[in-house]
Design a protein around this ligand. Structure first.
Ligand code: NIG
Ligand code: FE
Length: 392
């Protein structure tokens, strides 16, 4: 028997469907009801027109938004980098080299320990309103360790799994980076492709150069994976243009962009994913989202949650920084943290609250979604529904 649950008395419901509500990109409906059935949104609209439901939850006039879509994280890891963070806050700069600390700890960890760490972060994220999550390998860096990390992810509640064998060159290949590139594009890819949908490369000085990145992403494509790229994080470079050239779903970080990079993104379909937690935690200069938005480029916001460069699991925190430091409006930041993330993951079933979407809702202890940036650091997520079921 289908069971319909209504979320009633929503003061302002963000649907991300411009055809609904106030006509803005966020499609805000005031005094709304949302009906969920079989894990999907069955109906949204003004309360006075709502159909009957089997059970109801009174939102008490508060705002509700689509559950956040966190399209970039690194949660298949073990160990801790508190010392590195401490040193950084005393002036030591962030480099890609810190990744190797986590690689060592991750290789030593059991499958159960990896799964437990992943699940703990997922629960932390859910409580903060994240209902769709992508995560990556990248701390195993051998065929066996990368494949088992991806198997752990595939068996979890993570929605999207990415193969990042090309995170850094591991110590045992220090003198043969091209040999490692061949491994990532060959034997390791074969072991990992069955467990992932995406292939990612950290295209950066100290990680993988343009030719190596192209070889790995092209091999991943030939094996049925869709590319995404860690691009232009620490310096200007070829990452963004390569992402567009290869039709990547997203170019992530986008911290150092030339006008040519902006032009390339504007002409392609690659989403620019900004990761404010990373600039925050590495004391780097924030990218200017306005430059991207004014060029008509789709922007996603994500946590990049990882033990090194950005150890936050909070999408509301990232929204608040993006508004304050990256020249986004509160509306743009919310859209990017929901619909933008969905675009970056080629998903049409999440990041919106209109009929047929997954019933993923974050109820805010606030009258408007604007409070997510107006009240930074305040735990405003008062209730979360994932696939129509209330998250404890
Ligand atoms: O997205 N840039 C590369 N990878 C991660 C950092 C991983 C780490 O420092 O452990 C990032 O920031
Ligand atoms: Fe990352």
């Amino acid at each position: 028997m289908p069971h319909a649950t209504a979320l009633t008395n929503i003061g302002a419901l963000v649907t991300n469907d411009p055809a609904l509500g106030d006509g803005s990109a966020l499609g805000v409906i005031e005094n709304a009801t949302l009906v969920m059935e079989d894990g999907e949104v069955a109906w949204v609209g003004p309360a006075e027109r709502a159909p009957a439901a089997d059970t109801a939850h009174d939102a008490g006039g508060r705002a509700a938004v689509p559950g956040f879509v966190d399209s970039h994280s690194h949660l298949l890891y073990a160990g801790d980098r508190t010392e590195e963070f401490n040193a950084r806050m005393s002036g030591r700069p962030y480099t890609a080299g810190g990744i190797r600390t986590t690689v060592q700890a991750t290789r030593e960890a059991s499958d159960e320990a990896l799964a437990a760490t992943l699940d703990a972060h997922l629960a932390e994220m859910r409580a903060q309103g994240t209902t769709t999550l992508e995560t990556k390998s990248g701390y195993g860096l051998s065929p066996r360790h990368e494949a088992r990390a991806l198997r752990v992810a595939a068996a979890s509640e993570v929605d999207e799994v990415t193969y990042l064998g090309a995170h850094v060159v591991p110590p045992e290949y220090a003198s043969d980076p091209d040999g490692y590139t061949a491994l990532v594009a060959g034997e390791m890819l074969e072991a990992c492709a069955p467990h992932a949908r995406w292939v990612d490369v950290f295209c950066e000085e100290g990680a993988f150069d343009e030719d190596q990145s192209r070889a790995i992403l092209t091999a991943g494509k030939a094996r049925g994976l869709t590319p995404r790229v860690h691009a232009n994080q620490l310096s200007y470079g070829p990452g963004v243009r390569l992402a567009v050239e290869l039709g990547a779903a997203s170019a992530d970080h986008c911290t150092h962009l030339t006008d040519a990079d902006i032009d390339a993104l504007a002409q392609g379909s690659t989403v620019a994913t900004l990761l404010p937690g990373c600039e925050f935690s590495t004391r780097a200069v924030y990218p200017d989202a306005r430059r991207l938005l004014d060029a008509g480029i789709t922007v996603a916001l994500s946590t990049d949650c990882n033990p090194g460069s950005s150890y936050t699991s909070s999408m509301p925190f990232c929204i608040a920084i993006a508004v304050r430091e990256m020249n986004m409006t509160p509306d743009e930041a919310l859209w990017s943290a929901t619909a933008g993330g969905a675009r970056a993951l080629h998903r049409t079933d999440v990041g919106r609250l209109s009929p047929g979407a997954r019933a993923d809702v974050a109820l805010l202890d606030a009258p408007s979604h604007v409070h997510l940036s107006y009240r930074p650091g305040v735990p405003l997520v008062a209730g979360v529904w994932h696939r129509g079921v209330r998250v404890p």
